[in-house]
Design a protein around this ligand. Structure first.
Ligand SMILES: NC(=O)c1ccc[n+]([C@@H]2O[C@H](COP(=O)([O-])OP(=O)(O)OC[C@H]3O[C@@H](n4cnc5c(N)ncnc54)[C@H](O)[C@@H]3O)[C@@H](O)[C@H]2O)c1
Length: 264
C-alpha cells in the first residue's frame, strides 16, 4: 500500500519509533497523520510541524482507542493505516531469581498495552475496513516476540502474544483485503531502550528510530507481513526452529552472562 494521500494513525506517536513513523508517513505524502499518545504534549509537538492532529489516548482503554478512530474518521476521513505502536518496557530485572516471581502488575499492564490495544484497534476497524474493501494494520512488536527478551518474562510473553494475534488477524482477514505487518526490531535508540538494562537486544547495534521507520514504510509499500530492521533476526529465528533445545541453551548462556555483568 502507498501511504500517499491516506489518513494514518500512530499510537505512541509522541516519541521514539512512533514519532519517526509519523514523520516518515508525512514525508511520504500521507493526507493526515494522527498522533495518539498518553503524553498529549509530546503528541502535539510531533503533530505540529507535520500538519497532523494530536489525541490524548491510553491504548489500554478500549474507549480511548475507539474515540481516536471515531474522531479521526469524523474529522479527516477513513483511516487507511492504523499503527499500534505504543509500548512499555515493564518488568525488566536481569537479576530476577524467579521468572514468575514479579507482581501481576507488569504482566497486566504489558498485556493491556502490547496485546489488548491491538485487539481493540482490530475490533473497531475491521467492520469499517471490510465495508470499504480493505485497510492496513502495522503493529510494532519486537524481535522479543519472535525470540525472547532476556531479563523480562512480561515483555517476552506479551510480545509473543502480539505476534500470535497479528498472525491470526492476517489469516482471518486476508480474504477481506485487510493487510497486516509486524515491525520487529532489536535495539532502537529511544527513551524505552535507555530505560532498560543494557542487554543482548543491542548485540547487533542499536538502530535509529528514523531508520526503523523507513524500513516500516518500505515493508508497508511491499505489503510484507514480517518487517525486520535487523536482518540478523531471521537467522536467529531459523536457529530457534532448527533446534529449539540448542537455542534455549544458547539463550540461557546469554542470561547467565548478563547476570554476571549486573552482579559485578
Ligand atoms: N526501543 C527499542 O529498542 C524497541 C525494540 C523493539 C520494539 N520496540 C517497541 O517499539 C514500540 C515503541 O517503543 P519506543 O522505543 O519508541 O518507546 P518510547 O518510550 O520512546 O515511546 C513510546 C511512546 O508510547 C507512549 N505510550 C506508552 N504507553 C502508552 C499508552 N498506554 N497509550 C498510549 N501511548 C502510550 C509513550 O508516551 C511514548 O510516547 C513499543 O511497542 C516497543 O515495545 C522498541
Amino acid at each position: 500500500m502507498q501511504v500517499t494521500g491516506k489518513v494514518v494513525v500512530v499510537t505512541g506517536g509522541g516519541n521514539g519509533i512512533g514519532k519517526a513513523l509519523c514523520e516518515v508517513f508525512h514525508g511520504a505524502g500521507a493526507a493526515r497523520v494522527i498522533v495518539a499518545d498518553l503524553d498529549v504534549h509530546s503528541a502535539r509537538d510531533v503533530a505540529g510541524p507535520i500538519n497532523g492532529a494530536a489525541f490524548k489516548c491510553d491504548v489500554a482503554q478500549e474507549k480511548n482507542v475507539l474515540h481516536v478512530i471515531d474522531e479521526t474518521e469524523r474529522q479527516f476521513g477513513p483511516i487507511a493505516l492504523f499503527c499500534s505502536n505504543a509500548g512499555i518496557g515493564g518488568g525488566f530485572d536481569p537479576m530476577s531469581v524467579n521468572a514468575g516471581g514479579t507482581s501481576d502488575e507488569p504482566f497486566a499492564r504489558s498485556w493491556a498495552i502490547h496485546v489488548m490495544a491491538h485487539v481493540y484497534a482490530a475490533r473497531h476497524l475491521i467492520p469499517r475496513y471490510k465495508a470499504r474493501g480493505g485497510g492496513y494494520f502495522l503493529n510494532t512488536i519486537s524481535a522479543a516476540g519472535l525470540l525472547s527478551q532476556v531479563g523480562s518474562p512480561a515483555y517476552s510473553a506479551t510480545k509473543h502474544a502480539a505476534v500470535g494475534f497479528a498472525e491470526n488477524l492476517a489469516i482471518s482477514h486476508r480474504a477481506d483485503g485487510i493487510k497486516v505487518s509486524i515491525l520487529c526490531p532489536q535495539g532502537v535508540d529511544t527513551n524505552m531502550l535507555r530505560s532498560i538494562p543494557k542487554g543482548p537486544q543491542s548485540g547487533d547495534g542499536d538502530l535509529s528510530p528514523e531508520q526503523v521507520a523507513r524500513d516500516a514504510l518500505a515493508g508497508i509499500e511491499q505489503e510484507t507481513f514480517l518487517i525486520l530492521p535487523h536482518p540478523q533476526v531471521l537467522g536467529y529465528m531459523r536457529k530457534k526452529t532448527e533446534n529449539y533445545d540448542r537455542w534455549i541453551g544458547g539463550m540461557a548462556k546469554i542470561q547467565a552472562k548478563m547476570r554476571e555483568e549486573f552482579g559485578k
